[in-house]
Design a protein around this ligand. Structure first.
Ligand code: SAM
Length: 217
């Protein structure tokens, strides 16, 4: 079900995307690509939360996934649809507008990902991530990739911001023993900003598998 309500999140992110270079965010995140290469889940259904311009969603579709791409910004979603058409993947990319603070897509998915699902608007982020976990099908993966440092090109640059450790994010999900932690760490890498500038960034990487049987420890 779509959220048709205009919220603070919608207002903020509409303004953001109206001003933003439409080519930014149209490539898949390198971290997500690496994780998919490592864990190699067979393509199935995927849910991309806070998909932005759809770099991840469209790339997943080109890899054979059937992707529901969710964002609060209709402008971003329209660009996702255009981008999917441009690579003949429109049939496998389904842009859907939700303010995830209010509504969440129905169904379960073999892969649920939230890459850099950050916003300056107050939202119940932990609750959204818990819903994300509940939306993972048995044997499916939940992938959360998030900033754990402020890049020089971030809207938070110059601010004194603290980030939770990946273990804290994991604990906040309050998962039962039907989950296996495949990865939970905070590596550094050299990232590239909107103007091509480079900087070392730290990111939380959390990869969880919903198993069909309870883990023994
Ligand atoms: C920092 S951007 C990341 C975009 C993309 N995942 C990427 O890696 O480039 C955060 C995204 O979350 C979306 N977003 C923020 N708050 C939201 C909300 N309450 N509901 C749905 N999407 C939201 C924004 O519109 C934006 O596209």
């Amino acid at each position: 079900m779509h959220s048709e309500t205009t919220t603070d999140s919608a207002t903020f992110w509409e303004k953001h995307y109206a001003r933003f270079d439409p080519s930014w965010g149209t490539k898949p995140n390198v971290v997500l690509k690496d994780l998919l290469a490592t864990f190699a889940p067979p393509p199935g259904t995927a849910l991309d939360l806070g998909c932005g311009h759809g770099g991840d969603a469209i790339w997943l579709a080109t890899q054979g996934w059937d992707v529901t791409a969710v964002d609060v910004s209709q402008t971003a979603l329209d660009r996702v649809a255009e981008g999917a058409w441009a690579v003949s993947a429109a049939e496998r990319v389904h842009p859907v507008r939700h303010d995830l603070a209010q509504t969440f897509p129905a169904g379960d998915f073999d892969l649920v990902c939230a890459t850099y699902f950050h916003t300056p608007i107050a939202i119940p982020r932990t609750e959204v991530l818990r819903k994300a976990a509940r939306a993972v099908a048995p044997n499916g993966l939940l992938i959360v990739v998030e900033h754990a440092s402020v890049a020089p090109w971030s809207w938070q640059a110059g601010q004194d911001v603290s980030f939770p450790a990946p273990e804290e994010v994991l604990a906040s999900l309050a998962l039962d023993d039907l989950w296996r932690v495949e990865r939970c760490d905070a590596p550094q890498r050299t990232a590239t900003g909107p103007q091509g500038q480079k900087a070392t960034v730290t990111e939380n990487i959390i990869v969880l598998r919903r198993t069909a049987i309870a883990a023994s420890n």
